[in-house]
Design a protein around this ligand. Sequence first.
Ligand code: NI
Length: 158
Amino acid sequence: MAVLNIVKEGDPILRKTSRPVEEITPRILTLLDDMVETMHAAKGCGLAAVQVGVLRRVVVIEDEDGTLYELINPRIVARAGTQEESEGCLSIPGVYGITRRPRAVTVRALDRHGNEVEYTGKGLLARAFCHELDHLDGTLFIDKMLRRLGRDEVEVDE
Ligand code: NI
C-alpha cells in the first residue's frame, strides 16, 4: 500500500469525467487500498480516484462511525429531502463552505468483490456520497457552494 499524492484544484484532471471500471483487476484493488491509505493519511472522510490522478469511477468514504465504503461505478438511485451544511475537499485545502445536498441518498455500486451493493446515507454520509460522486463527473463542491465559511466558522470535518 502507498500514500498517493492528492491532486489540487487548478489541475485540469479534476474537471474530467472518470470512466467506468469494466473489470475489477488487481490494479483496481491496489488502487482502492492506496486510496484508503491516502484518505487516512490526509485525515479526510472521502476520496475519489481522480483526486489521485486516476480517471476511474472509484470512490472511498469513511463514515463518522468508522465504517468504510469502497464504491466502484457508484450511482445515486434515490434522494430525499435537503440539507445545508458545511463541506470541504482534500483537493481544495483551507476552503469550507455551505452546500445544499439531499438529506438522504441511496447509492448503488460494486464492491471490491464485484458484488452489487446498495447503501443509504443520511446527514454527513449523504453529503459524502454526493460530494465524491460529483468528483467522477468533474464537479467540485465550490461549484455548488452557497456561501464560503470564514475562518472563525469552520468546523473541520473533512
Ligand atoms: Ni472532494
